[in-house]
Design a protein around this ligand. Sequence first.
Ligand SMILES: C[S@@+](CC[C@H](N)C(=O)[O-])C[C@H]1O[C@@H](n2cnc3c(N)ncnc32)[C@H](O)[C@@H]1O
Length: 201
Amino acid sequence: MSTSLAWNERYAGGDFQFGEAPNLFLLSQAHRLRPHMRALAVGDGEGRNGTWMAERGLDTTSVDWSEVGLAKARALADRRGVALPTVTADLTRWDWPAAAFDVIAWVFVHLPPEDRAIACAGAMRALAPGGLLLLECFSPAQEGRRSGGPKDPALLWTRALVERHFAGLEVLELLDGTVALDEGPRHQGLAEVVRAVLRRA
Ligand SMILES: C[S@@+](CC[C@H](N)C(=O)[O-])C[C@H]1O[C@@H](n2cnc3c(N)ncnc32)[C@H](O)[C@@H]1O
């Protein structure tokens, strides 16, 4: 079972488990991002994605339940000379602020089905009109691969899950397929993912 304590243990030490560079899918969406957009990096861990959005001038907040990860996220942002407010919270218990974000980045956050439904409802509430939800997660085809992702297949994402949890958002991109990951020691090699770019009207 994934817990905040388990993630704290994974993040203990100097290495960045998923690297310090932003996720490549998020990077590929740079053309949609503008300075001063209000951004939320969901399950941001050690902060590679939140820091990158902050560096692009977005007013970014990172949320994660690992205080060890978020301490490293703040240190990374400090080193890069940007502000990165962090919130230590369980995504299933957090009081997601309503219509507060123009961009929500959901990168490799895999939750048990009931928790996923709660967190997705929170993200839906938090997305402002015109806001973008950018998601990359492992798909069921990742099972058996050693390039990363949860061991429990119930936590994997499908395009159908994206459509169900984020029903009502406009689908700008929704793809699944194989990508090459090179993200720190934990995400290395060919991987099977779902990618989504969704927009609130
Ligand atoms: C695979 S890591 C991805 C980290 C980051 N998004 C990245 O791509 O570098 C998953 C992250 O989700 C966080 N997480 C998992 N379940 C969570 C929950 N219920 N509440 C808050 N954070 C959670 C973990 O602490 C971890 O940092």
